[in-house]
Design a protein around this ligand. Structure first.
Ligand code: PHE
Length: 507
Protein backbone atom coordinates (compact mmCIF):
# COMPACT_ATOMS: atom_id res chain seq x y z
CA UNK A 1 0.00 0.00 0.00
CA UNK A 2 1.45 3.31 -1.01
CA UNK A 3 0.94 6.65 0.62
CA UNK A 4 -0.51 9.18 -1.76
CA UNK A 5 2.70 11.21 -1.59
CA UNK A 6 4.65 8.13 -2.66
CA UNK A 7 2.30 7.59 -5.56
CA UNK A 8 2.59 11.17 -6.66
CA UNK A 9 6.36 11.16 -6.46
CA UNK A 10 6.54 8.00 -8.54
CA UNK A 11 4.21 9.52 -11.09
CA UNK A 12 6.33 12.65 -11.31
CA UNK A 13 9.53 10.68 -11.79
CA UNK A 14 7.88 8.59 -14.49
CA UNK A 15 6.65 11.64 -16.29
CA UNK A 16 9.93 13.59 -16.16
CA UNK A 17 11.97 10.48 -16.93
CA UNK A 18 15.29 11.68 -15.56
CA UNK A 19 16.78 11.78 -12.08
CA UNK A 20 15.51 14.71 -10.05
CA UNK A 21 17.17 16.63 -7.27
CA UNK A 22 15.24 16.92 -3.99
CA UNK A 23 14.57 20.58 -4.76
CA UNK A 24 13.20 19.83 -8.21
CA UNK A 25 11.02 17.06 -6.82
CA UNK A 26 9.74 19.34 -4.05
CA UNK A 27 8.80 21.91 -6.65
CA UNK A 28 6.91 19.46 -8.80
CA UNK A 29 5.23 17.83 -5.81
CA UNK A 30 4.30 21.22 -4.46
CA UNK A 31 5.67 20.28 -1.02
CA UNK A 32 8.73 21.25 0.96
CA UNK A 33 12.07 19.46 0.71
CA UNK A 34 11.50 17.86 4.12
CA UNK A 35 8.36 16.14 2.87
CA UNK A 36 10.24 14.92 -0.19
CA UNK A 37 13.04 13.56 1.98
CA UNK A 38 10.51 11.68 4.09
CA UNK A 39 8.72 10.27 1.04
CA UNK A 40 12.04 9.30 -0.52
CA UNK A 41 12.91 7.40 2.63
CA UNK A 42 9.67 5.38 2.51
CA UNK A 43 10.17 4.57 -1.16
CA UNK A 44 13.75 3.48 -0.60
CA UNK A 45 12.69 1.07 2.09
CA UNK A 46 10.27 -0.46 -0.43
CA UNK A 47 13.08 -0.61 -2.98
CA UNK A 48 11.15 1.57 -5.36
CA UNK A 49 13.63 4.39 -5.43
CA UNK A 50 17.37 4.97 -5.45
CA UNK A 51 19.30 7.99 -4.42
CA UNK A 52 22.49 8.88 -6.20
CA UNK A 53 24.99 11.41 -5.07
CA UNK A 54 26.42 13.75 -7.61
CA UNK A 55 29.26 16.07 -7.01
CA UNK A 56 28.83 19.38 -8.69
CA UNK A 57 31.31 22.19 -8.98
CA UNK A 58 30.40 25.80 -8.94
CA UNK A 59 32.70 28.38 -10.48
CA UNK A 60 32.81 31.96 -9.25
CA UNK A 61 35.12 34.96 -9.53
CA UNK A 62 38.03 35.41 -7.15
CA UNK A 63 39.24 38.86 -6.08
CA UNK A 64 41.68 39.11 -8.99
CA UNK A 65 39.06 37.78 -11.37
CA UNK A 66 36.66 40.54 -10.33
CA UNK A 67 39.18 43.11 -11.51
CA UNK A 68 40.06 41.22 -14.68
CA UNK A 69 36.43 40.78 -15.64
CA UNK A 70 36.11 44.59 -15.61
CA UNK A 71 39.43 45.75 -17.04
CA UNK A 72 40.43 42.73 -19.13
CA UNK A 73 43.10 40.10 -18.61
CA UNK A 74 46.67 41.47 -18.33
CA UNK A 75 47.73 39.71 -21.54
CA UNK A 76 44.83 41.30 -23.40
CA UNK A 77 45.72 44.73 -22.07
CA UNK A 78 49.33 44.20 -23.09
CA UNK A 79 48.62 43.21 -26.68
CA UNK A 80 46.06 46.01 -26.96
CA UNK A 81 48.69 48.52 -25.92
CA UNK A 82 51.24 46.92 -28.16
CA UNK A 83 48.95 47.15 -31.13
CA UNK A 84 48.16 50.80 -30.28
CA UNK A 85 51.87 51.55 -30.30
CA UNK A 86 52.31 50.10 -33.76
CA UNK A 87 52.98 46.43 -33.11
CA UNK A 88 56.69 46.67 -32.31
CA UNK A 89 58.00 48.60 -29.41
CA UNK A 90 60.96 48.89 -27.09
CA UNK A 91 60.32 46.71 -24.06
CA UNK A 92 61.11 49.51 -21.63
CA UNK A 93 58.68 51.81 -23.36
CA UNK A 94 55.92 49.20 -23.08
CA UNK A 95 56.77 48.59 -19.45
CA UNK A 96 56.36 52.27 -18.67
CA UNK A 97 52.99 52.44 -20.37
CA UNK A 98 51.40 49.77 -18.15
CA UNK A 99 51.10 49.09 -14.45
CA UNK A 100 54.08 47.02 -13.29
CA UNK A 101 51.96 44.02 -12.34
CA UNK A 102 49.87 44.01 -15.48
CA UNK A 103 52.99 44.32 -17.57
CA UNK A 104 54.71 41.40 -15.87
CA UNK A 105 51.75 39.04 -15.87
CA UNK A 106 50.63 40.15 -19.30
CA UNK A 107 54.08 39.58 -20.78
CA UNK A 108 54.24 36.11 -19.28
CA UNK A 109 50.89 34.92 -20.68
CA UNK A 110 51.11 36.72 -24.01
CA UNK A 111 54.42 35.01 -24.60
CA UNK A 112 53.11 31.63 -23.43
CA UNK A 113 50.14 32.00 -25.77
CA UNK A 114 52.46 32.84 -28.65
CA UNK A 115 50.96 36.24 -29.27
CA UNK A 116 54.26 38.13 -29.00
CA UNK A 117 57.92 37.69 -29.61
CA UNK A 118 60.88 39.34 -27.97
CA UNK A 119 63.65 40.43 -30.28
CA UNK A 120 67.05 41.79 -29.43
CA UNK A 121 68.34 44.57 -31.66
CA UNK A 122 71.74 45.94 -30.88
CA UNK A 123 71.68 45.98 -27.09
CA UNK A 124 67.95 46.81 -26.84
CA UNK A 125 65.02 44.45 -26.50
CA UNK A 126 61.91 44.88 -28.63
CA UNK A 127 58.48 43.28 -28.32
CA UNK A 128 56.67 42.35 -31.46
CA UNK A 129 52.99 41.45 -31.83
CA UNK A 130 52.79 38.36 -33.96
CA UNK A 131 49.15 37.36 -33.39
CA UNK A 132 46.29 39.52 -32.28
CA UNK A 133 43.82 37.04 -30.73
CA UNK A 134 40.02 37.18 -30.94
CA UNK A 135 38.11 36.75 -27.66
CA UNK A 136 39.57 33.78 -25.79
CA UNK A 137 37.70 31.11 -23.86
CA UNK A 138 39.13 32.50 -20.64
CA UNK A 139 37.68 35.89 -21.52
CA UNK A 140 34.32 34.32 -22.33
CA UNK A 141 34.23 32.62 -18.93
CA UNK A 142 35.10 35.84 -17.11
CA UNK A 143 32.35 37.63 -18.97
CA UNK A 144 29.80 34.97 -18.07
CA UNK A 145 30.85 34.97 -14.43
CA UNK A 146 30.54 38.75 -14.33
CA UNK A 147 26.89 38.36 -15.36
CA UNK A 148 25.80 35.17 -13.58
CA UNK A 149 28.05 35.22 -10.49
CA UNK A 150 28.19 31.39 -10.44
CA UNK A 151 28.26 28.78 -13.16
CA UNK A 152 27.94 25.03 -12.82
CA UNK A 153 31.23 23.62 -14.05
CA UNK A 154 29.72 20.43 -15.41
CA UNK A 155 27.36 22.38 -17.65
CA UNK A 156 30.26 23.96 -19.61
CA UNK A 157 31.62 22.68 -22.90
CA UNK A 158 35.11 21.19 -23.06
CA UNK A 159 36.73 24.40 -24.21
CA UNK A 160 35.30 26.48 -21.40
CA UNK A 161 36.06 23.76 -18.87
CA UNK A 162 39.68 23.92 -19.95
CA UNK A 163 39.62 27.70 -19.71
CA UNK A 164 38.28 27.40 -16.17
CA UNK A 165 41.07 25.09 -15.18
CA UNK A 166 43.58 27.46 -16.77
CA UNK A 167 42.22 30.38 -14.85
CA UNK A 168 42.11 28.25 -11.72
CA UNK A 169 45.86 27.69 -12.06
CA UNK A 170 46.36 31.47 -11.90
CA UNK A 171 46.07 32.69 -8.35
CA UNK A 172 42.72 34.01 -7.10
CA UNK A 173 41.21 34.60 -10.53
CA UNK A 174 38.41 32.10 -10.08
CA UNK A 175 37.23 29.80 -7.34
CA UNK A 176 35.75 26.36 -7.77
CA UNK A 177 33.54 25.00 -5.02
CA UNK A 178 32.48 21.40 -4.65
CA UNK A 179 28.89 20.60 -3.72
CA UNK A 180 27.21 17.25 -3.24
CA UNK A 181 23.70 16.92 -4.62
CA UNK A 182 21.26 14.07 -4.25
CA UNK A 183 19.25 12.79 -7.16
CA UNK A 184 16.41 10.34 -7.03
CA UNK A 185 15.64 7.73 -9.62
CA UNK A 186 12.99 5.01 -9.82
CA UNK A 187 14.04 1.38 -9.62
CA UNK A 188 12.93 -1.26 -12.10
CA UNK A 189 10.40 -2.43 -9.55
CA UNK A 190 8.82 1.03 -9.43
CA UNK A 191 8.67 1.23 -13.19
CA UNK A 192 6.68 -2.01 -13.28
CA UNK A 193 3.83 -0.72 -11.04
CA UNK A 194 0.67 -0.47 -13.15
CA UNK A 195 -0.44 3.10 -13.65
CA UNK A 196 -3.89 2.56 -12.11
CA UNK A 197 -2.29 1.56 -8.81
CA UNK A 198 -0.84 5.04 -8.64
CA UNK A 199 -4.19 6.81 -8.72
CA UNK A 200 -4.70 8.99 -5.67
CA UNK A 201 -8.18 9.19 -4.24
CA UNK A 202 -9.15 12.30 -2.36
CA UNK A 203 -11.32 11.91 0.72
CA UNK A 204 -12.89 14.31 3.15
CA UNK A 205 -13.62 12.03 6.05
CA UNK A 206 -11.30 9.82 8.04
CA UNK A 207 -12.96 6.72 9.48
CA UNK A 208 -12.04 4.40 12.29
CA UNK A 209 -11.64 1.55 9.78
CA UNK A 210 -9.10 3.55 7.81
CA UNK A 211 -7.13 4.14 10.98
CA UNK A 212 -7.20 0.49 12.01
CA UNK A 213 -6.26 -0.90 8.61
CA UNK A 214 -3.78 1.88 7.89
CA UNK A 215 -5.48 2.42 4.54
CA UNK A 216 -5.67 6.15 5.27
CA UNK A 217 -2.14 6.40 3.95
CA UNK A 218 -3.16 5.86 0.36
CA UNK A 219 -5.71 8.65 0.33
CA UNK A 220 -5.20 12.26 -0.03
CA UNK A 221 -7.25 14.40 2.36
CA UNK A 222 -8.99 17.32 0.81
CA UNK A 223 -7.99 20.62 2.27
CA UNK A 224 -10.24 22.63 4.52
CA UNK A 225 -11.60 25.75 2.97
CA UNK A 226 -10.88 28.12 5.79
CA UNK A 227 -12.58 31.03 4.08
CA UNK A 228 -15.91 29.29 3.58
CA UNK A 229 -18.81 31.15 5.19
CA UNK A 230 -19.80 29.79 8.57
CA UNK A 231 -21.96 30.55 11.57
CA UNK A 232 -20.56 33.39 13.64
CA UNK A 233 -18.96 32.34 16.91
CA UNK A 234 -19.66 34.57 19.86
CA UNK A 235 -17.03 34.45 22.51
CA UNK A 236 -17.84 35.13 26.12
CA UNK A 237 -17.54 38.74 27.07
CA UNK A 238 -18.31 41.20 29.79
CA UNK A 239 -21.56 43.08 29.67
CA UNK A 240 -21.04 46.56 28.19
CA UNK A 241 -21.93 48.21 31.48
CA UNK A 242 -19.55 45.98 33.42
CA UNK A 243 -16.83 46.90 30.98
CA UNK A 244 -17.35 50.57 31.68
CA UNK A 245 -17.32 49.86 35.44
CA UNK A 246 -14.04 48.05 35.03
CA UNK A 247 -12.49 50.93 33.14
CA UNK A 248 -13.79 53.53 35.61
CA UNK A 249 -12.28 51.54 38.46
CA UNK A 250 -9.00 51.26 36.59
CA UNK A 251 -8.90 55.02 36.09
CA UNK A 252 -9.31 55.68 39.80
CA UNK A 253 -6.70 53.09 40.66
CA UNK A 254 -4.34 54.70 38.14
CA UNK A 255 -4.89 57.98 39.96
CA UNK A 256 -3.91 56.43 43.28
CA UNK A 257 -7.33 55.62 44.74
CA UNK A 258 -8.40 52.57 46.67
CA UNK A 259 -11.79 50.97 46.20
CA UNK A 260 -14.27 50.79 49.10
CA UNK A 261 -17.58 48.96 49.31
CA UNK A 262 -20.45 49.06 51.74
CA UNK A 263 -23.82 47.47 52.40
CA UNK A 264 -26.72 47.87 50.01
CA UNK A 265 -29.16 47.71 52.93
CA UNK A 266 -28.17 50.74 54.94
CA UNK A 267 -29.23 52.58 58.07
CA UNK A 268 -31.06 55.81 57.33
CA UNK A 269 -28.49 57.09 59.82
CA UNK A 270 -25.64 56.67 57.32
CA UNK A 271 -27.69 57.32 54.24
CA UNK A 272 -29.09 60.64 55.57
CA UNK A 273 -28.44 61.67 59.19
CA UNK A 274 -24.68 61.43 59.18
CA UNK A 275 -24.81 63.54 56.04
CA UNK A 276 -26.72 66.31 57.88
CA UNK A 277 -29.79 65.64 55.82
CA UNK A 278 -32.77 66.74 57.98
CA UNK A 279 -35.25 64.07 58.95
CA UNK A 280 -38.07 65.88 57.14
CA UNK A 281 -36.03 66.23 53.96
CA UNK A 282 -38.23 65.33 50.93
CA UNK A 283 -35.58 62.86 49.68
CA UNK A 284 -36.29 60.74 52.76
CA UNK A 285 -39.89 60.39 51.71
CA UNK A 286 -41.21 56.94 50.81
CA UNK A 287 -41.82 58.30 47.34
CA UNK A 288 -38.10 58.61 46.84
CA UNK A 289 -36.56 56.00 49.08
CA UNK A 290 -37.17 52.28 49.50
CA UNK A 291 -37.65 51.39 53.17
CA UNK A 292 -37.32 47.83 54.39
CA UNK A 293 -40.28 46.04 55.93
CA UNK A 294 -38.36 43.18 57.40
CA UNK A 295 -36.21 43.84 59.27
CA UNK A 296 -37.44 47.37 59.62
CA UNK A 297 -34.67 48.77 61.78
CA UNK A 298 -30.97 48.23 62.38
CA UNK A 299 -28.29 48.85 64.98
CA UNK A 300 -27.16 52.48 65.31
CA UNK A 301 -23.48 53.27 65.98
CA UNK A 302 -24.15 54.38 69.53
CA UNK A 303 -20.93 56.37 69.93
CA UNK A 304 -22.14 58.76 67.23
CA UNK A 305 -25.84 59.03 67.99
CA UNK A 306 -25.58 61.90 70.49
CA UNK A 307 -23.18 63.84 68.31
CA UNK A 308 -25.37 63.57 65.21
CA UNK A 309 -28.50 64.44 67.23
CA UNK A 310 -26.71 67.46 68.61
CA UNK A 311 -25.49 68.71 65.26
CA UNK A 312 -28.95 68.33 63.71
CA UNK A 313 -30.70 70.07 66.58
CA UNK A 314 -28.21 72.84 67.47
CA UNK A 315 -25.27 72.65 65.09
CA UNK A 316 -23.06 70.98 67.71
CA UNK A 317 -19.79 72.83 68.14
CA UNK A 318 -19.56 73.86 64.52
CA UNK A 319 -20.93 77.35 65.01
CA UNK A 320 -23.91 76.36 62.86
CA UNK A 321 -27.45 76.71 64.22
CA UNK A 322 -28.37 73.24 63.08
CA UNK A 323 -31.84 72.43 61.71
CA UNK A 324 -33.46 73.45 65.01
CA UNK A 325 -35.89 70.54 65.30
CA UNK A 326 -36.17 67.44 67.47
CA UNK A 327 -33.98 64.68 66.04
CA UNK A 328 -35.49 61.21 66.44
CA UNK A 329 -33.40 58.07 66.62
CA UNK A 330 -36.42 56.03 65.36
CA UNK A 331 -36.08 57.78 62.02
CA UNK A 332 -32.33 57.08 61.86
CA UNK A 333 -32.72 53.43 62.81
CA UNK A 334 -34.80 52.67 59.75
CA UNK A 335 -33.27 50.45 57.11
CA UNK A 336 -33.25 51.65 53.51
CA UNK A 337 -31.81 50.52 50.24
CA UNK A 338 -29.01 53.04 49.98
CA UNK A 339 -30.04 55.93 47.77
CA UNK A 340 -26.48 57.00 47.09
CA UNK A 341 -23.01 55.62 47.64
CA UNK A 342 -22.30 58.63 49.84
CA UNK A 343 -23.72 56.41 52.62
CA UNK A 344 -20.77 54.07 52.03
CA UNK A 345 -18.36 56.99 51.90
CA UNK A 346 -19.48 58.45 55.22
CA UNK A 347 -19.41 55.05 56.92
CA UNK A 348 -15.83 54.67 55.77
CA UNK A 349 -14.91 58.18 56.87
CA UNK A 350 -16.33 57.58 60.36
CA UNK A 351 -14.00 54.61 60.71
CA UNK A 352 -11.01 56.36 59.09
CA UNK A 353 -10.98 59.93 60.41
CA UNK A 354 -7.23 60.42 59.87
CA UNK A 355 -5.58 61.77 56.73
CA UNK A 356 -4.65 61.05 54.04
CA UNK A 357 -7.59 59.31 52.40
CA UNK A 358 -8.18 58.67 48.73
CA UNK A 359 -10.98 56.18 48.12
CA UNK A 360 -13.65 55.53 45.51
CA UNK A 361 -16.56 53.21 44.88
CA UNK A 362 -18.63 52.20 41.88
CA UNK A 363 -21.72 50.53 43.20
CA UNK A 364 -25.44 49.98 43.05
CA UNK A 365 -27.97 52.36 44.50
CA UNK A 366 -31.77 52.37 44.62
CA UNK A 367 -34.37 55.06 44.22
CA UNK A 368 -38.12 54.87 44.11
CA UNK A 369 -38.41 56.09 40.52
CA UNK A 370 -40.85 55.30 37.80
CA UNK A 371 -38.75 53.48 35.23
CA UNK A 372 -38.60 55.11 31.81
CA UNK A 373 -36.04 55.82 29.07
CA UNK A 374 -33.94 57.95 31.37
CA UNK A 375 -34.81 56.64 34.83
CA UNK A 376 -34.07 53.38 36.59
CA UNK A 377 -34.92 52.33 40.14
CA UNK A 378 -31.65 50.46 40.48
CA UNK A 379 -28.50 51.93 39.05
CA UNK A 380 -24.87 52.75 39.76
CA UNK A 381 -22.93 55.65 41.16
CA UNK A 382 -19.34 56.64 40.79
CA UNK A 383 -18.24 58.12 44.07
CA UNK A 384 -15.14 59.10 45.95
CA UNK A 385 -13.44 61.31 48.52
CA UNK A 386 -10.05 62.84 49.13
CA UNK A 387 -9.18 63.96 52.61
CA UNK A 388 -5.88 65.57 53.54
CA UNK A 389 -4.35 68.63 55.10
CA UNK A 390 -4.70 71.61 52.82
CA UNK A 391 -6.76 70.14 49.99
CA UNK A 392 -9.19 72.62 48.51
CA UNK A 393 -11.96 73.14 46.01
CA UNK A 394 -9.50 73.69 43.17
CA UNK A 395 -8.01 70.26 43.84
CA UNK A 396 -11.48 68.81 43.55
CA UNK A 397 -12.11 70.49 40.20
CA UNK A 398 -8.72 69.40 38.90
CA UNK A 399 -9.33 65.85 40.02
CA UNK A 400 -12.73 65.56 38.38
CA UNK A 401 -11.42 67.15 35.21
CA UNK A 402 -8.55 64.66 35.17
CA UNK A 403 -10.84 61.71 35.73
CA UNK A 404 -13.15 62.56 32.84
CA UNK A 405 -10.28 63.43 30.59
CA UNK A 406 -8.93 59.92 31.18
CA UNK A 407 -12.26 58.70 29.88
CA UNK A 408 -11.76 60.76 26.74
CA UNK A 409 -14.11 63.54 27.85
CA UNK A 410 -12.07 66.71 27.65
CA UNK A 411 -14.69 69.45 27.69
CA UNK A 412 -15.85 69.55 31.31
CA UNK A 413 -17.45 72.60 32.92
CA UNK A 414 -18.38 73.25 36.52
CA UNK A 415 -21.33 75.17 37.84
CA UNK A 416 -22.65 75.90 41.35
CA UNK A 417 -25.08 73.45 42.88
CA UNK A 418 -26.54 72.42 46.23
CA UNK A 419 -26.30 69.36 48.47
CA UNK A 420 -27.21 69.32 52.17
CA UNK A 421 -23.80 67.89 53.08
CA UNK A 422 -21.37 69.99 51.07
CA UNK A 423 -20.33 73.62 50.95
CA UNK A 424 -19.37 74.84 48.46
CA UNK A 425 -21.18 72.50 46.09
CA UNK A 426 -20.91 72.15 42.35
CA UNK A 427 -21.81 69.90 39.49
CA UNK A 428 -19.80 68.95 36.47
CA UNK A 429 -21.24 68.93 32.98
CA UNK A 430 -19.51 67.48 29.98
CA UNK A 431 -19.80 68.44 26.34
CA UNK A 432 -20.69 65.64 23.94
CA UNK A 433 -19.27 66.66 20.61
CA UNK A 434 -21.24 64.16 18.54
CA UNK A 435 -24.55 65.14 20.07
CA UNK A 436 -23.70 68.80 20.50
CA UNK A 437 -25.15 68.83 24.02
CA UNK A 438 -24.01 69.19 27.59
CA UNK A 439 -24.60 66.28 29.94
CA UNK A 440 -24.87 66.57 33.74
CA UNK A 441 -22.48 64.06 35.18
CA UNK A 442 -21.57 64.41 38.79
CA UNK A 443 -22.23 66.33 41.99
CA UNK A 444 -19.43 67.41 44.26
CA UNK A 445 -18.34 69.61 47.08
CA UNK A 446 -16.46 69.86 50.36
CA UNK A 447 -18.18 68.17 53.31
CA UNK A 448 -19.69 70.68 55.71
CA UNK A 449 -18.36 70.90 59.29
CA UNK A 450 -21.78 69.56 60.38
CA UNK A 451 -20.77 66.33 58.59
CA UNK A 452 -17.10 66.06 59.49
CA UNK A 453 -16.96 67.37 63.07
CA UNK A 454 -19.15 64.71 64.71
CA UNK A 455 -16.91 62.07 63.13
CA UNK A 456 -13.75 63.69 64.47
CA UNK A 457 -12.49 64.53 60.98
CA UNK A 458 -10.25 67.60 61.17
CA UNK A 459 -9.27 68.17 57.55
CA UNK A 460 -11.17 69.09 54.41
CA UNK A 461 -12.92 66.24 52.61
CA UNK A 462 -13.42 66.63 48.88
CA UNK A 463 -16.40 64.51 47.83
CA UNK A 464 -18.17 63.67 44.59
CA UNK A 465 -20.78 61.27 43.31
CA UNK A 466 -22.62 60.80 40.05
CA UNK A 467 -24.43 58.46 37.74
CA UNK A 468 -22.66 55.75 35.85
CA UNK A 469 -25.48 54.87 33.45
CA UNK A 470 -25.66 58.39 32.12
CA UNK A 471 -22.02 58.29 31.25
CA UNK A 472 -22.55 54.87 29.70
CA UNK A 473 -25.41 56.20 27.57
CA UNK A 474 -23.17 58.89 26.21
CA UNK A 475 -20.24 56.55 25.56
CA UNK A 476 -22.35 53.86 23.91
CA UNK A 477 -24.39 56.39 21.94
CA UNK A 478 -27.69 55.17 23.30
CA UNK A 479 -31.00 56.93 23.83
CA UNK A 480 -32.64 54.61 26.36
CA UNK A 481 -31.03 53.83 29.70
CA UNK A 482 -32.97 50.56 29.90
CA UNK A 483 -30.87 49.14 27.05
CA UNK A 484 -28.35 48.09 29.67
CA UNK A 485 -30.92 45.91 31.40
CA UNK A 486 -32.96 44.47 28.53
CA UNK A 487 -30.37 41.73 28.06
CA UNK A 488 -30.88 41.91 24.34
CA UNK A 489 -28.24 39.46 23.16
CA UNK A 490 -28.13 40.97 19.69
CA UNK A 491 -27.12 44.31 21.14
CA UNK A 492 -24.67 42.85 23.64
CA UNK A 493 -23.00 40.81 20.88
CA UNK A 494 -22.83 43.80 18.61
CA UNK A 495 -20.61 45.75 21.01
CA UNK A 496 -17.00 44.87 20.39
CA UNK A 497 -14.82 43.96 23.34
CA UNK A 498 -12.63 46.96 22.75
CA UNK A 499 -15.37 49.41 21.85
CA UNK A 500 -14.84 51.57 24.93
CA UNK A 501 -11.07 51.46 24.79
CA UNK A 502 -11.29 52.81 21.25
CA UNK A 503 -13.99 55.31 22.06
CA UNK A 504 -12.11 56.88 24.94
CA UNK A 505 -8.82 56.83 23.13
CA UNK A 506 -7.09 54.11 25.13
CA UNK A 507 -6.41 52.23 21.89
N1 PHE B 1 -24.70 61.93 46.66
C1 PHE B 1 -24.93 62.88 45.63
C2 PHE B 1 -25.99 62.34 44.64
O1 PHE B 1 -26.46 61.26 44.85
C3 PHE B 1 -23.66 63.20 44.87
C4 PHE B 1 -22.65 63.84 45.76
C5 PHE B 1 -21.73 63.09 46.40
C6 PHE B 1 -22.60 65.21 45.88
C7 PHE B 1 -20.74 63.66 47.20
C8 PHE B 1 -21.63 65.82 46.63
C9 PHE B 1 -20.71 65.03 47.31
O2 PHE B 1 -26.32 62.97 43.66
Amino acid sequence: MLHWLEKNLIKILRRIDKPLSFEEAANLLNRDVGTVAKTVQWLREKELLEVETRTIHFVSLGPEGEAYSLEGLPERRLVDRLSDLGGVVNIEELRKSLEENIFKIGLLWAKKNGWIQIEARNSEKFIKLIYYPPETSEEKILKQLREKKTIEFESLDEDLKKACLNLKSRQSVIEIEEIKKYYIRLTEKALRIPQEELEVEEITRLTQDMLISGSWRQYRFSKFNVSAPSKPVYTGKRHPLQRLIKIVKEKFVEMGFEEIRGPVVELAFWNFDALFQPQDHPARDMHDTFYLDQPRIGQLPENLVEKIKNVHEKGGSTGSLGWRYLWKREEAEKLVLRTHTTATTIRYLAEHPDPPIKVFSVDRIYRNEKVDWKHLAEFHQIEGIVMDKGVCFRDLIGLIREFYSRLGLKDVKFRPSYFPYTEPSAEAIVYLREKNTWLELIGMGIFRPEVTQPLGVKYPVLAWGGGLERLALALYDLEDIRTFYFNDLRWIRSISNIYLEKKIGMM
